[in-house]
Design a protein around this ligand. Structure first.
Ligand code: KIV
Length: 266
């Protein structure tokens, strides 16, 4: 029997300089394959709004839908650390976030909740953390803010925004965040955040210098409709089966082979 992955497992891996693999999933069957393939962390991302529900953004996803998919994933993977996204505005106030995060844990089986934002979520992260709810702070590109951003583009390119992000990462950690996730930032900025952080840092489209990589499962399998993000990779191509593709992703993340130069944003 495999032993369960916990936050302590990930902290110990970071200390040893050992990378862990993170991947999204939304149902029990894929979750079981991920767990059997050695994925340490499953994220029930609000990307489910795009890849499962067919929306053009993650904004319409509700807390009830996220709980449902989190519960499905938990059924298929008892030993993998399970993070669930707090959908758009389900964390609009610290009190609302506390109530919704508790539902994700009690009804969905999540062990960690992920919130998008920097300074704006600090009080929420502190409250959740004080009440025993582990938080992953999501910085960089914040897909829930797409209507403000206008497009999904790299964040933290100029000195001022890079400095702000570094500061926000520090403040979220001080507020109690147990994990950080950086999306679409330059590789050098990711390296700086990883080096300053005691907590494990997960990256997507943010270079190789971090403790874990995450991809949207459907991007990894090459079945996401439309254009594939430049930082992702179709692992099914050349692997022949879903199981082999996921196992190869895990191998490449742990070996530091993914992301390779062609997936890294300078
Ligand atoms: O919703 C999601 O799948 C995510 C990942 C892209 C990090 O937040």
């Amino acid at each position: 029997m495999t032993s369960a992955i916990t936050l302590s497992t990930l902290r110990a891996m970071k200390k040893r300089g050992e990378k862990f693999a993170t991947l999204t999933a939304y149902d029990a069957s894929f979750a079981a394959i991920l767990e059997a393939s050695g994925v340490e962390v499953i994220l029930v991302g609000d990307s489910l709004g795009m890849v499962i529900q067919g929306h053009s953004t993650t904004v319409p996803v509700t807390i009830d839908e996220t709980i449902y998919h989190t519960r499905c994933v938990r059924q298929g993977s008892a030993n993998t650390l399970l993070i669930a996204d707090m959908p758009f505005m389900s964390d609009a106030t610290p009190e609302l976030a506390l109530a919704n995060a508790a539902r994700l844990m009690k009804e969905g089986g999540a062990q960690v909740v992920k919130l998008e934002g920097g300074m704006v979520i600090v009080d929420t992260v502190r409250l959740l953390s004080e009440r025993g709810i582990p938080v992953c702070g999501h910085l960089g590109l914040l897909p829930q803010s797409i209507n403000k951003l206008g497009s999904y583009r790299v964040q933290g390119r100029d000195e001022a925004s890079a400095q702000r992000l570094l500061e926000e990462a520090k403040i979220l950690e001080a507020a109690g965040a147990e994990l950080l996730l950086l999306e679409c930032v330059p590789a050098a900025l990711m390296k700086a955040v990883s080096e300053q952080s005691k907590v494990p840092v997960i990256g997507i489209g943010a270079g190789a210098d971090c403790d874990s990589q995450v991809l949207v499962l459907y991007d990894l399998l090459g079945i996401t409709p439309g254009k594939r993000p430049r930082f992702s990779k179709n692992f099914l191509e050349g692997c022949g089966s879903v199981e082999a593709a996921i196992a190869e992703y895990v191998r490449q993340v742990k070996a530091g082979e993914f992301p390779a130069a062609e997936q890294i944003i300078a």
